[in-house]
Ligand binder design. Sequence first.
Ligand code: ADP
Ligand code: MG
Length: 247
Amino acid sequence: MAEAVLETRDLRKAFGALQATDDVSISLRAGEIHAIIGPNGAGKSTLIAQISGALAPDAGQVVLDGRDVTGLPVQARARAGLARTFQISQLAMEDTVLQNVALGALGAQGRPFGMFRPVLRDRAIRDRAEAALERVGLSGQRAMRAAELSHGERRKLEVAVALTLEPRAFVMDEPMAGLGTEGSVQLTGFLDGLRAQAPILLVEHDMDAVFALADRVSVLVYGRVIASGTVGEIRRDKAVREAYLGD
Ligand code: ADP
Ligand code: MG
């Protein structure tokens, strides 16, 4: 079995009396899409926040490439290769597509954000940004403002920003949210290709996307992983059907 690129070990987080994540241990292997599904309030976003570093766990570890990153803040984790995409307003909407990616590339070098216009005069940064846009198929939109992109294109732009960090793993919380049927189908195809660049831990409510993409599915209910397996195994699992898939 391939070694885990990303792993959580017994992650726990309580909000008062509520145990939002309860000893969650999951892994993400090279080349795979591992979907996390479960009802509202199951603890999926809490899990993602603990992995990205936005939320400190009460106990447990996050391990990236065999290295314990639990103590690292969000930015350091991102530079270590953990790409948390699809966060609200990560993009500078009034800046161009290329500017947005160039700023990401600047951040990848550990340099401060904020030197907006001159960033594109840096040849190395510009090349890196152009390469990332090429990889997501947005080169033709480089001069458009981020605000002018469709929802689906914005998601791709966010991935391009993440690609400048040469991520080891992607972590996504409901990327299909807010997209129509056509947008979801397009993004599904895009994510299918993206797994070759880095594996994806995918929290998603859209079951069409999950069933089309996931190599493995883990089901979270009340903060606990109640089942884990292939799409076929999960669809046949009686406890999962009762707790979540609803039949
Ligand atoms: P999901 O993403 O699976 O819908 P969440 O991780 O957002 O679930 O939430 C899990 C539980 O933790 C829910 O009951 C939610 O109300 C609670 N919760 C999440 N964040 C907080 C917070 N910052 N303070 C208190 N309760 C929270
Ligand atoms: Mg959530």
